[in-house]
Design a protein around this ligand. Structure first.
Ligand SMILES: *Cc1c(COP(=O)(O)O)cnc(C)c1O
Length: 445
């Protein structure tokens, strides 16, 4: 890839114990001002970030293996994105596309039509968050089909608003006591090769039979699925599972929605993870990696579906904000210039063998999986498949104390997930994975 001029030194460097005194002081202030319901994985406050590092308020330089949950794929302060944001903000920061439209929105829609799978006519709507994109994909599917039922899967994560809580599988912390939830959501078994041992065809047949029996094919508006599940544990369905579902959906007039909020924009080694399975969704939802850290989300789908919606039926005050659009256009340009899909594949090639080696050496890693720079290991009690969330937490905490920011996920809380910025340098990445390996070996006992 083209070499990158980083602004900050790309190295792990601890000058205090973590969290340092300034982070601790901020935590104390935060407790008195910020709602307890907002959690943070890491009790360290950011002061600066660039490439693969986050520098905290105490001057510690940490290796970022989380990208703010798959958002800062081009880095947290890419100069092209920063310049585009500054330039747009100095002209106009808002007009509301529903009042006085602007070119940036149209250009983002043109880019998304070109980048998403499928060569048919497409239409795009822009929003602010992933959950909002998912809500609107469901709105479109229901109006276009005149049907109500929506199919979601075990381990799914689609957001925290009312409809998306209903679509999300896991109760704690996402749903517990926040009901009642939106009706007409049906949950089906996911393909989870490590735990169900089924082929993609078998898992799809199981799911399809449940749709036909429990919902009725002609009552289903949409199937929504993450091509690789994110929060649920980086579960990669068995080959053929997604294709069989998509094929069945097409035959029965059911809208197939790929939630690519986490997997999109080069993360998995392709622009969209649907490409790995050769599927062409009717609607793709996008957010996270789209705009170099600025809040922007989108749905892009078949024109014949999206354009069934009457004017005024879709939108929002901030959706397609001009500054966020400028950031998205700059980020997409950077992804193309640096060929970040190829970079994600190179990260997989460098990291995957290390994770496999670790699995063979320790007996506490039941499964290693993922694609591109979306990689995970599932931690289990020694030589069993019993989830070990305590060990998982301990690994993330110990890695942090050595200067590596690691995220966990999974229905059972037992998955370490790796989501490095795609612009991370080889040496820094190797150092981060080295720390992870060292910590796993020590804690596996
Ligand atoms: C993060 C995520 C969402 C929700 O996005 P927000 O921007 O947090 O609302 C939806 N779907 C998937 C697959 C996600 O990973």
């Amino acid at each position: 890839m083209t070499s990158i001029d980083y602004r900050l030194p790309q190295r792990r460097d601890l000058v205090t114990a973590l969290p340092g005194p300034r982070s601790q002081a901020l935590t104390a202030r935060r407790k008195a001002a910020v709602a307890a319901g907002v959690g943070s994985s890491v009790p360290v406050y950011a002061a600066d970030a660039d490439g693969g590092v986050i520098v905290d308020v105490d001057g510690n330089s940490l290796i970022d293996l989380g990208s703010g949950i798959a958002v800062t794929s081009v880095g947290a302060s890419h100069p092209a994105v920063a310049a585009a944001v500054a330039a747009q903000a100095s002209r106009f920061a808002h007009t509301c596309f529903m009042v006085t439209p602007h070119e940036g929105y149209v250009r983002v829609a043109e880019e998304l039509a070109a980048l998403t799978p499928g060569t048919f006519d497409k239409r795009t709507v822009l929003f602010n968050s992933g959950a909002e994109a998912v809500e609107n994909a469901v709105k479109v599917a229901r109006l276009a089909t005149g049907r109500a039922a929506v199919v979601a899967f075990d381990h799914a994560y689609h957001g925290r608003t009312n409809l998306t809580m209903a679509l999300t599988a896991k109760s704690m912390p996402y749903k517990a006591h926040f009901g009642p939830f939106a009706p007409e959501i049906y949950r089906l078994p996911m393909s989870y090769p490590y735990r169900d041992g089924l082929t993609g065809e078998q898992a799809a047949a199981r799911a399809i039979s449940q749709i036909e029996v429990q919902i009725g094919a002609d009552a289903a508006a949409a199937i929504i699925i993450e091509p690789i599940q994110g929060e649920g544990g980086f579960i990669v369905p068995a080959p053929g599972f997604l294709a069989a579902l998509a094929e069945w959906a097409r035959e029965h007039g059911v809208v197939f929605i790929a939630d690519e909020v986490q997997t999109g924009f080069a993360r998995t080694g392709a622009w969209f993870a649907s490409e790995h399975e050769g599927i062409t969704p009717d609607i793709v939802t996008m957010a996270k990696g789209i705009a170099g850290g600025m809040p922007l989300s989108a749905i892009t789908g078949r024109a014949d579906l999206v354009d069934t919606v009457h004017a005024g039926g879709l939108g929002g005050t901030y959706g397609g904000n001009p500054v966020a659009c400028a950031a998205a256009l700059a980020s997409i340009e950077v992804m193309r210039e640096l060929d970040l899909p190829a970079r994600a594949r190179a990260i997989e090639a460098a990291v995957m063998p290390k994770l496999r080696e670790l699995a063979d050496a320790t007996g506490v890693i039941g499964d290693v999986r993922g694609r591109g720079a979306m990689l995970a290991m599932e931690l289990v009690r020694p030589d069993s498949d019993t989830p070990d969330p305590a060990l998982t937490k301990a690994i993330a905490a110990e890695a942090l104390s050595r200067g590596v920011v690691l995220l966990t996920c999974g229905t059972y809380g037992n998955v370490i997930r790796l989501l490095p910025p795609l612009v991370i340098g080889d040496e820094l990445l190797a150092d981060g994975i080295g720390v992870l390996a060292e910590v796993v070996r020590e804690l596996a006992g």
